[in-house]
Design a protein around this ligand. Structure first.
Ligand code: ADE
Ligand code: ZN
Length: 334
């Protein structure tokens, strides 16, 4: 099954580019920017990746991104991710970035965006990976800060396809961002939000009814509410599920208890994604592989998850179909 997964064409729809910061690259960039990391070495940093909830991770994630200063840093980070997923047969990726994690440290919005975007363009040309960029608002900050960030993004509509919502979920419900998401939608951005990772089903409902999301990032806790689950299933809306993230952040206690089969049985359009692979121990193939092993996914279920990934992209229909055709061609021979 592992070989089947490795060669399977895939799309990634839930990936924080700052969450791909591998310790080796972090130390390298820290050194060239003359920044002291509060860790002795790569080993010590990796050891700190032991989380019992989302906030534990976020604290270290924001500390890590502090090393990113120059456009080249953002380029190198993104390029390292692209070369990894290229080897994993990821054909399309829609990545998140957290502009406020940078602008709040005095790094211009354009420094981050241009570094990321230039790498993605080179990835498209040299590796054949198509892409989209989604900027996320940090939900622990207020709506005015999100609105100011959206205003900065308006000059870059050619580079940013959507807006999302991430960071500390509990206590920061989607309705806190009603106005900024309404404005983003009116400006033509695609809309997604993290909901139901740690937060209750009510947060998922708000993401749907107040923010008008087109995909739900995570969505695990929607399963606690049958009516909500049926509604999402009926709408055909995708969930961007992140198995190793769920394990590392204790959303599930054991990968064996991951609800992916329950999601599929409920008719939910689940997709598999890596979230913050440098921190959670794996990219796309590790997420597919370890989940498949833990819950005993069948070949058909794996193929469905990959198909859902392509069908849930924000690509125009013809490009989506071209990717699904590649998947079908693979399935016909594998
Ligand atoms: N930022 C980066 N990864 C995240 C996650 N899994 N949940 C919320 N915010 C995040
Ligand atoms: Zn995430």
């Amino acid at each position: 099954m592992q070989t089947f997964i490795e060669n399977l064409p895939k799309a990634e729809l839930h990936l924080h580019i700052e969450g791909t910061f591998e310790p080796e690259l972090m130390f390298e960039i820290a050194q060239r920017n003359e920044i002291d990391l509060p860790f002795e070495d790569v080993e010590a940093l990796r050891k700190a990746y032991d989380f019992s909830r989302l906030q534990d991770f976020l604290d270290i994630y924001y500390q890590g991104m502090n090393v990113l200063r120059e456009e080249q840093d953002f380029y190198d980070l993104t390029w390292a991710y692209l070369t990894k997923i290229h080897k994993q047969n990821v054909l399309h990726t829609e990545i998140f970035f957290d502009p406020q994690g940078h602008t709040d440290r005095g790094i211009p919005f354009e420094t981050a965006l241009n570094g990321i975007y230039n790498a993605l363009q080179d990835g498209q040309k040299q590796l054949g990976i198509s892409f989209g960029v989604i900027m996320c608002f940090l939900r622990h900050l207020d709506e005015d800060a999100a609105m100011a960030t959206l205003e900065q993004a308006l000059a870059h509509k050619d580079k940013i396809i959507g807006v999302g919502l991430d960071s500390s979920e509990m206590g920061h419900p989607p309705e806190k961002f009603t106005n900024v998401f309404a404005r983003a939608k009116a400006e033509g951005f695609h809309i997604v939000a993290h909901a139901g990772e740690e937060g209750p089903p009510e947060y998922v409902r708000q993401a749907l009814d107040v923010l008008h999301v087109e995909r739900i990032d995570h969505g695990n806790r929607a399963l606690e509410d049958d009516v909500l689950t049926q509604r999402i299933a009926k709408s055909g809306m995708a969930l961007t599920v992140c198995p190793l993230s769920n394990l590392k952040l204790c959303v599930v206690d054991d990968l064996k208890n991951h609800p992916i089969k329950k999601m599929l049985k409920a008719g939910l359009k689940a997709t598999i994604n890596s979230d913050d692979p440098a921190y959670f121990g794996g990219y796309m193939n590790e997420n597919f592989g370890q989940l498949a092993e833990a819950v005993g996914l069948t070949r058909d279920e794996i193929a469905t998850l990959a198909r859902n990934g392509f069908e849930a992209t924000f690509l125009p229909k013809d490009q989506q179909q071209a990717l699904v055709a590649k998947l079908d061609a693979y399935l016909a021979t594998a």
